[in-house]
Design a protein around this ligand. Sequence first.
Ligand code: CTP
Ligand code: CA
Length: 229
Amino acid sequence: RVLRGRSLDLAGQKVVVSAGGTREALDPVRFIGNRSSGLQGYALARTAAARGAEVTLIAANVALPDPAGATVVRVESTAELREAVLAASGHADVVVMAAAVADFRPAARHDAKIKKTDGEPEPIHLTKNPDILAELGERRRAAVPGTSPKVIVGFAAETHDVLANGQAKLARKGCDLLVVNEVGEHLAFGTPDNAATVLVAGGEPIEVPRGPKEDVADAVWDAVAARLS
Ligand code: CTP
Ligand code: CA
């Protein structure tokens, strides 16, 4: 059977997609965040549903309507994203980490709004966030019960040495596929178009030419389907 020109090659597969970008609170009104729009993650969720998958979309601070046919879990911080991803990945076949995850968070969150004073502001001390993708890879390697997706997919936005950085990251994170974007002015963030290279553990890279984010999404699901079969 074919739906909107796509075959139902992901029928029966439980997939988890994270999208958007995490925010780390400084005080009740301010946060440290990033420019991820969530468009690529939403395209992944839409196309997976169109190909028959059962989709859980974990959305971090995305101003987009829920895609049809996906269960949407909304999160704000990296800690919330981690909880949601680990919970959903317990019974998933595929996990795709398309979210831009804050590497650091303020070491302390102020309970009250930070006020201006006459002097210079206090520096913001940062602490490292957990690496969710690396944790998924480690749990699978260690065969932790309840976390063994068959295919784990990461994303990487790189500004330079795109392929070399990507290959190193693929190995470091222990994932199966790494979708590498070159970022810079007018590339990737907030635009409807994207171009990418899908790095494959133990295989040849797949080039996806510039086009709608759906094209990158379909190329990712093609590579996922190949690894599932
Ligand atoms: N990621 C994650 N948890 C983090 C940071 C990143 O799960 N704390 C995931 C992202 O969702 C993405 C992949 O890891 O799928 C790569 O993210 P990226 O920021 O490119 O990699 P880092 O290891 O954080 O390296 P750096 O930012 O230094 O390039
Ligand atoms: Ca990072």
